[in-house]
Design a binder for this molecule. Structure first.
Ligand SMILES: Cc1cc2nc3c(=O)[nH]c(=O)nc-3n(C[C@H](O)[C@H](O)[C@H](O)COP(=O)(O)OP(=O)(O)OC[C@H]3O[C@@H](n4cnc5c(N)ncnc54)[C@H](O)[C@@H]3O)c2cc1C
Length: 465
């Protein structure tokens, strides 16, 4: 049983990748560290346990990454997906430091493997964790335990006592009992608020009830809310989140990666009024998969239907739930409750608009529509070869972008523009500094690892002095 009467050097709130990178770094630098993880041990690791990879800058082939991925290209990729809504200084700092992220994680027992094949082809840019995020989280916890870091499961940080930008203690619920943890420095790594439907309802109304939360149900945003209420500067658009097209039959929480559907580029997607609403073939899937959750969230009933035919079945990762299947479009419509005549006409109009081209599943091909609104710019083939298939889709929310503002040393910024005396942040809780909108696959873990290390280093330096 942990002794909570002592004053720790550093309290880290959260138990995912960002928290553990911060805790391990601070401890290696000589600090006495306590980690408060809201989840019980079996559910530890937040969204990080669902991950697969990390985007890393590299100057040439490494053990698992091919070719090179340099700062300007990485920056350009980020600038494009965020449409410039990013803090260039923090973004470039993160990009540069991502070069050392795999090495740091390896020093904590994480093992990497070459990219798996699939529709997100990332072998050049992203290093994959052998055994996925669960293995990564286990390795980080093993390292933290071996270093003697105190880990408190079932411990929700409910309130941080802050005066004039200086934090002194946390009020927590520890295994259901109230307790306080005193510390000299505080690191907030408690993720976003995407699992807090009441908070999401503020921006999305009742639609929020139809959002599937892909990751941890513990992302309630309590630490974020508490800090913002105490003079910490907020960053990021509260309505923005990373969201993908999930299978509509997935669990409402914690369904993870396997619930994501990658069929969109090889289908046409209609809403429940049988209307197409976006170009399914706008760009390669790694650059577009993260906008589809939001697009579906904006449709009536927050539901959509991806429709294709037998030709498309081998072009995307097989789904967990079998698609609806029928020999005619009318039968398919009947199974999924759509207006059959309208769907038949929509498919016929789409087929008539498809121009001949050479289909290439893995690159931007010349198969497109003409005279159709919205267009399908690539991978447009006629839907004419039964059986026909339908995957029902719902928005799967990955994480929210609202966060606390930080400076280059991961120090939390106060509303008056001064850095907090002893509060730091890493991971999703501050990702809005860099991700104003959009997303780049593997960047969440890059942000968490890089800023976790900076926060841990700075917190340890502060308490040493
Ligand atoms: C299905 C899925 C797949 C993903 N795949 C990838 C990928 O391959 N690559 C990538 O880069 N990103 C991926 N992401 C995004 C990635 O998970 C996050 O960017 C990253 O894990 C953030 O790390 P974090 O430590 O900030 O948050 P988390 O890992 O979510 O950790 C937050 C922690 O805070 C704890 N917590 C919350 N509130 C409190 C409180 N009040 N007190 C104490 N503890 C609290 C939670 O229990 C949790 O342990 C994926 C996300 C999901 C959902």
């Amino acid at each position: 049983m942990a002794d909570l009467s002592e004053t720790f050097d550093v309290l880290v709130a959260g138990g995912g990748n960002a928290a553990l990178c911060a805790a391990i770094t601070a401890c290696r630098a000589g600090a006495r560290v306590v980690v408060a993880e809201h989840a019980p041990r079996a559910m530890r690791g937040g969204n990080s346990r669902h991950t697969r990879n990390l985007r890393a800058l590299h100057h040439g082939p490494t053990g698992v990454l091919t070719d090179s991925y340099l700062e300007e290209e990485y920056w350009d990729d980020l600038r494009r997906v965020t449409a410039g809504k990013t803090d260039e200084t923090l973004a470039r700092l993160c990009i540069r430091a991502s070069e050392h992220a795999p090495g740091f994680l390896e020093s904590c027992g994480v093992v990497f493997q070459p990219s798996l094949s699939g529709t997100l082809s990332l072998s050049r840019t992203n290093a994959f964790f052998l055994g996925g995020g669960k293995a990564l989280v286990n390795a980080l916890y093993r390292t933290a335990e071996a270093l003697g870091i105190t880990i408190l499961y079932d411990t929700e940080v409910q309130h941080i006592v802050v005066k004039d930008g200086f934090a002194t203690e946390a009020i927590v619920s520890h295994r259901g009992f109230p307790a306080r943890i005193r510390f000299k420095a505080f690191i907030a790594s408690a993720g976003g608020f995407q699992a807090n439907r009441e908070w999401l309802r503020r921006y999305w109304g009742d639609a929020a009830d139809n959002f599937q939360i892909r990751g941890t149900p513990y992302a309630q945003g309590r630490v974020l809310k508490d800090l913002l209420a105490q003079g910490v500067q907020e960053v990021g658009d509260p309505t923005q989140f990373h969201a993908v097209a999930n299978d509509a039959r997935a669990p409402m929480e914690d369904g993870g990666l396997a619930m994501r559907l990658d069929c969109v580029p090889f289908s046409i997607v209609v809403n429940r009024d049988v209307e197409r609403f976006y170009d399914e073939g706008e760009d390669v899937w790694p650059k577009r998969y993260a906008i589809w959750g939001r697009l579906i969230a904006q449709q009536p009933g927050q539901v959509a239907f991806a429709i294709n035919d037998s030709k498309a079945q081998m072009d995307y990762l097989p789904p967990v739930f079998a698609p609806y299947r029928a020999d005619t479009i009318a039968d398919l419509a009947a199974q999924i409750g759509l207006d059959a005549a309208k769907l038949e006409k929509l498919v016929a109009d789409y087929n008539a608009a498809v121009r001949p081209g050479t289909f290439k599943a893995q690159s931007l091909d010349d198969c497109r529509t003409e005279g159709l609104s919205p267009p399908k710019s690539h991978w447009a083939r006629r839907i004419d070869t039964p059986p026909y298939y339908c995957h029902p889709l719902r928005p799967g929310i990955t994480f929210t972008f609202l966060g606390v503002k930080v400076n280059e040393r991961a120090r939390v910024m106060m509303q008056d523009g001064t850095p907090s005396a002893n509060m730091f942040a890493s991971g999703e809780i501050m990702s809005g500094n860099i991700l104003g909108q959009g997303y780049l696959a593997g960047f969440g873990m890059a942000i968490g690892t890089v800023f976790g290390r900076i926060a841990g280093e700075e917190a340890a330096k502060l308490v040493r002095n």
